[in-house]
Design a protein around this ligand. Structure first.
Ligand SMILES: *[C@@H]1O[C@H](CO)[C@@H](O)[C@H](O)[C@H]1NC(C)=O
Ligand SMILES: *[C@@H]1O[C@H](CO)[C@@H](O)[C@H](O)[C@H]1NC(C)=O
Ligand SMILES: *[C@@H]1O[C@H](CO)[C@@H](O)[C@H](O)[C@H]1NC(C)=O
Length: 301
């Protein structure tokens, strides 16, 4: 009996194809005669009430709700159904003849090395979801191909096509990249270069990881507007929201000064990158044929 129980425990979730035949019957000693008898075993979904004797057949009973046997057996109690683990959901309910099957809940996949369900990875800005994660597999990301971009990190979204300025009757002043959209201008209604750069500021900070420096940048931007506010308790999401809000209400002048502010005080290199973007915008604006509009739009001193 112990052996069969052990076999059942060891064989959970596998089928004992080879040993099933040998378990169709089991040997008992008739209590009356002392003779050895071959009794029928009980089928999957049932357990043994009483073994046969020289006068009666084996008696089996259905496994009660919440228990199961998945092989021929002669155990006197069905196994208790498994309980799905942390971050798992039932894929197939337990039945009398099979244990339940579990899988990772939506948004999670089974990471074998960890032996548990972990959250699907997000594809960072500049990359899109090539293949969505499944309960078994993690997300597969890819770098956005030409003419597409992604300006936020996501486990669900693919890259989006850059907008086509020309289709809207507008002039492209900044070519889209993997992490920001194209920026368009209306040549009959030109604005300051800073106003166009503004459009990519939130995406810029999302893409160029500033880590701890992000707090200092946001603190500086907010104090610029006379808003004294502690930023130390804000998380990245909230910091980015602050930057977006700042950019939305910033003057063109403030935006134009941002590259220098970054380069001088905080994030080495990223100031340069932003400045390059502003230069591209200004160069394109001159192509609108209104040279005077770009006056004074160079790098602020
Ligand atoms: C994402 O876009 C790429 C390239 O356009 C495509 O091959 C891939 O199938 C897309 N993935 C999803 C999940 O839509
Ligand atoms: C460009 O600006 C002019 C002047 O405000 C306006 O009449 C025109 O509709 C605008 N063009 C587009 C494509 O938005
Ligand atoms: C700025 O960049 C230069 C060269 O890339 C590097 O040597 C220097 O350490 C950086 N400074 C800071 C404060 O990160």
């Amino acid at each position: 009996m112990m052996f069969v129980l052990l076999m059942l425990l060891l064989s959970a979730c596998t089928t004992l194809v080879n040993s099933v035949a040998s378990q169709l019957t089991h040997e008992v000693t008739d209590p009356l005669t002392g003779n050895s008898l071959q009794c029928d075993s009980c089928p999957p979904g049932a357990y043994l009430l009483s073994s046969c004797s020289s006068t009666r057949k084996t008696e089996c009973a259905q496994c009660p709700e919440g228990t199961f046997t998945h092989v021929w057996n002669y155990i006197d109690e069905c196994r208790r159904c498994s309980v799905c683990g942390h971050n798992q959901v039932v894929k197939k309910e337990c039945t009398a003849d099979s244990d339940c099957q579990c899988e990772c809940k939506p948004g999670y996949y089974y990471r074998k090395g960890f032996g548990m369900c972990v959250r699907h990875s997000e594809c960072p800005s500049g990359q899109g979801v090539f293949t969505k994660g499944t309960p078994e597999k993690n997300t597969v990301c890819h770098v956005c191909s030409s003419n597409t971009f992604s300006d936020f990190s996501s486990a669900l979204h693919n890259c989006t096509a850059h907008k086509k300025c020309i289709d809207a009757g507008l002039q492209m002043v900044l070519r889209g990249s993997t992490w920001h959209d194209s920026v368009c201008a209306n040549c009959t209604e030109l604005k300051d270069g800073g106003d166009y750069l503004k459009e990519i500021i939130p995406a810029f900070f999302v893409h160029h990881k500033m880590n701890k420096r992000l707090h200092r940048i946001v603190h500086k931007l907010l104090s610029e507007n006379g808003k004294k506010q502690s930023t130390s308790e804000l998380n990245d999401l909230e910091l980015h929201a602050k930057i977006s809000a700042w950019a939305a209400s910033a003057t063109a002048m403030q935006i134009r000064q941002l590259p220098d502010m970054l380069a001088k005080t905080l994030a080495n290199g990223s100031g340069e990158r932003l400045w390059t973007k502003l230069n591209h915008i200004n160069a394109h604006l001159t192509q609108c044929g209104l040279g005077s509009v770009t006056e004074g739009m160079g790098r602020s001193a």
